[in-house]
Design a protein around this ligand. Sequence first.
Ligand code: ATP
Ligand code: ZN
Length: 645
Amino acid sequence: MADISIQFPDGKSKDFPAGTTPADVAKSISISLAKKAVAAKLDGKLVDYLTPLAGDGAIEIVTKDSAEGLSVLRNTTAALLRIALKKQFPAIRLGEVSADEDGFFVDTDKDDQQVSVDELDALSVIVEKLVSDKLAIERTSLPKADALALVKDDPYSTDLINAVDGDAVSFLKIGDYQVLSDGAQLANTGDVKKFKLLSVAGAYWQGKSSNPMLQRIYGTAFYKQADLDADLAKRQEARERDHRVIGNQLDLFFVDPKVGAGLPYWMPNGATIRRTIERYIIDKEVANGYQHVYTPVLANLDLYKQSGHWAHYREDMFPPMDMGDGEQLELRPMNCPSHIQIYNHHIRSYRELPLRIAELGMMHRYEKSGALSGLQRVREMTLNDGHTFVAPEQIQDEFKSILDLMVKVYRDFDIKDYTFRLSYRDPKNTEKYFDDDEMWNNAQTMLKGAMDDLGLPYVEAEGEAAFYGPKLDVQTKTALGNEETLSTIQLDFMLPERFDLHYIGADGEEHRPVMIHRGLVSTMERFTAYLTEIYKGAFPTWLAPKQVTIIPVSEEKHGAYADKLAAELKAADVRVNVDKRGEKMGYLIRDAQTHKIPYTLVVGEDEMANGTVSVRKYGEDDSQSMSSDAFVKEILADIASYSRE
Ligand code: ATP
Ligand code: ZN
């Protein structure tokens, strides 16, 4: 057989005899490299370390300390989990397998009795045994017919094999087992060092909601214990922050797919947080020159035809309601056309500009079911929306004043971890956007210029613009590590055109205004999710659903004193309750801490005699005695201070 020609990353090439493996190539480079190597990339595609190279190509040796090195390890761990599943549950059917920088998963179907978290330990023991047996992992290839015969009772594996191009189906031989597998693998089961099976969750076969629901088993693996420990700690931290988990613990909200996926119900605690945010932001905006309005969530579909939503945004919209008399009503996906109606209701003068219309506007978007997540991505949402109508020469100043207001609002909520993203249209996919090259170029240059003037750092992202114009997005991270947009400021030359908006200038002539769309604190849903995660549920006092709980040592003796204190606090607009459940003191104090209530007051004989309270702040071990008047002053000052710093 002819030699193969291998090109190294430095550009040099060398010929190797046919049958050469990446291991041979690594050794020819250096022994130390060979020691760390676990696979290779041939022309960018990951290949096994010990399987002969298929032909000529550019090689890159993959080492343990790289992201790809980890994905190879996880791919093999997933293969061992497949064997373990088959050993434990011989009739189990196996779906997709995936391994990447986050970990790995295996999809399974065991009819009515799906694999449960409780069974993960037993499966881990089987995987451990395969690891300690140090079995060689050999790649074999079967003709399609033989491969199909091997999995004849498993419709998922059958589908996967049928989807393979050509007649050769790649299998792994590990001891006595044959495992269907693609993707590069380690050479020996003994190389799987540290792994952990993490959780089980439902997942549709091939991601389609019309397909059966399978059980997805998640896990992760590392070469070193310390790395695994650090990863598990990070996952734990993410779980503790996850607004869906905290939302449940603190009874903030729920979403029930039976009633409607992505349609959250706000429980009293969550509603209190939301109401506080809403009051805060409305007051702030009114103080900053915004005129708040209320407009309907439903409008005639023609409105969204005129705005361009129907042409460019239909995928995200609920289908129109046919009223049977020729009228079609649409649930709005954005509030802009509504605010345009408000602008257009009167003749506007240049003296009124910038004209700032704002609303906590409810809107509906048909988000994909797989993208829905707690309050963070929903289908019904209320946006802290605002549209400023400006004369063209006012754009820069208005942009800066919005940004300035946004930074102040962030300070009040103690938001520090965010980045700016300038979102442009995708130049390769222009039909998704309003068609006016000059407008796009001007608007994008203008936004960039404003950011440069302010000296603010930003990244630029093509394809993230709204269909009507470019935007400045403020990006934050969720507990699960996903980047999401919180605030946004968007320039729009298109809608004023489409709705033929005017103002009368100083010259007495009609002029076209420019529209700036902006959302300061996002939707109430996403903002509450975000705050829950950054505060880990320990809301600052002004936002906390319950601010004070009073625990009488004996309800009989001290209940009346507790009630009197509560009445005083309530009169001062403090959210307070008296805990009269009569449980043990230690339990009630712990319970108040679990619910992250900012202040717990214990009142007994001494407190009643002296007109004092014993105050324990959330997160502190010690309590402090003070007069009840002093406490009222302290908590009112705390509530008034917004930010906790
Ligand atoms: P995304 O890229 O997050 O889908 P978008 O760019 O489509 O958002 P805009 O039309 O700019 O969103 O909406 C304004 C703001 O509303 C967004 O910046 C985001 O904070 C919030 N938001 C958008 N979609 C959702 C949703 N499905 N659930 C909750 N909040 C949302
Ligand atoms: Zn808008």
